[in-house]
Design a protein around this ligand. Structure first.
Ligand code: SAH
Length: 341
């Protein structure tokens, strides 16, 4: 890897210091920040900077946008899945979904993952590396540019565990929210975590009231440890206490994700789940598990899914079923990248 600074990794404040250190006026930082958000792929594309200035900056800095190595478009619902190639040749996946309120993108936070969830495709080959902030913003910007659309919400629910790449995640969120760039409001951003309780607490103090989704998947530690090794380090009571703290600090209701399979999808589990979440201001998102060929999880049938949801809703736990999008392009994350490894 070359040692040039990627200007997309800097916050606007850092970029301002950077241009000042190069003897330039502050407003240049805002111009560059704006170019990056618009999808510039090199300093040369920043055409309101003089050629001399572009050359001066290019001596130790660069701008780079991920490249779509593959693009799959669903014939069923228009969902678009990208396999983006990064500068070092690594790849990550992003999915753009169209809703009545606009376009939403699901982005990756790491190349691979080390959390080891036993139903997930992204973790099969472990973690390769963290994404830099510009590689997270880059997925949003490159998709917008390619599709000629404006994205109105972002979920960090693709490959990787965002809280395992904490510092880059924070910079990404700052940059995506900054009105000098894309200016996306906190309420339009969701971060999903497998439950790193200490990071959830830390994040509650960042003054970024985004939506938090917690991948619960089991209402008891025993089953949860079997499905998600991370539960050995962070027992449920610790994670739930951290979620409560997040809600108190930000006022944002937590979403609990629950992938339904034959392992955790019977009414016994629904009963335990209802007991666990009863007095919480939360929402449960049920997802029939996506079969992954290397994994042995069997998706709950339609009847069991309906019964599970019905039980929760009748027992004071607000729940909905996630609509399946892009079924024909295998839009859930991890599998396209694996197929190219
Ligand atoms: N690491 C983060 C975000 C990435 S995973 C997290 O764990 O939340 C995004 C969501 O997809 C998580 O809820 C995850 O548990 C879920 N998921 C992973 N594999 C799945 C599968 N095969 N079927 C259904 N959901 C799955």
């Amino acid at each position: 890897m070359d040692m040039k600074i990627n200007l997309g990794d800097l916050t606007l404040e850092e970029l301002t210091d950077y241009v000042k250190a190069h003897g330039e006026k502050e407003f240049r930082a805002r111009q560059i920040f704006g170019w990056i958000a618009k999808g510039a792929d090199s300093l040369d594309e920043c055409t309101n900077l003089s050629k001399a200035l572009r050359e001066k900056l290019a001596a130790d800095a660069e701008i780079y946008l991920p490249k779509a190595r593959r693009k799959l478009v669903s014939k069923l619902d228009g969902t678009v899945k990208y396999l983006f190639e990064l500068k070092d040749g690594n790849t990550v996946e992003s999915v753009v979904m169209s809703y009545h309120h606009g376009y939403s993108i699901c982005i990756s936070s790491q190349v691979g993952c080390r959390m080891g969830c036993t139903f997930c495709a992204s973790t099969l080959n472990g973690l390769v590396r963290n994404l830099a902030p510009h590689e997270m913003t880059g997925q949003v910007i490159a998709a917008q540019k390619d599709m000629g659309i404006e994205i109105s919400s972002i979920v960090v629910m693709g490959i990787g565990e965002p809280f395992d790449n904490y510092d880059s995640l924070i910079k990404f969120l700052k940059n995506i929210n900054n009105p000098a760039g894309l200016g996306l409001g906190w309420r339009h951003i969701t971060v999903s975590t497998c439950g790193l309780a200490d990071k959830i607490r830390r994040f509650a103090g960042e003054n970024m009231p985004i939506n938090l989704a917690f991948s619960l998947h089991a209402p008891e530690d025993g089953l949860r440890r079997e499905m998600m090794p991370v539960a050995k380090a962070y027992p449920l009571d610790e994670v739930l206490a951290a979620c409560d703290f997040y809600f108190e600090k930000t006022g944002r209701r937590i979403t609990f994700e629950y992938a339904l399979s034959e392992k955790n999808g019977s009414l016994d589990w629904a009963e335990k789940l209802a007991r666990l979440l009863k007095n919480r201001n939360c929402h449960v998102n049920l997802i029939p598990v996506n079969p992954v060929k290397e994994r042995d999880y069997v998706r709950s049938d339609k009847k069991s899914v309906a019964a599970f949801m019905d039980y929760l809703n009748k027992n004071g736990v607000n729940s909905t079923l996630r609509r399946e999008l892009g079924a024909d392009i295998n839009a859930s994350c991890g599998q396209l990248r694996n197929s190219e490894l």
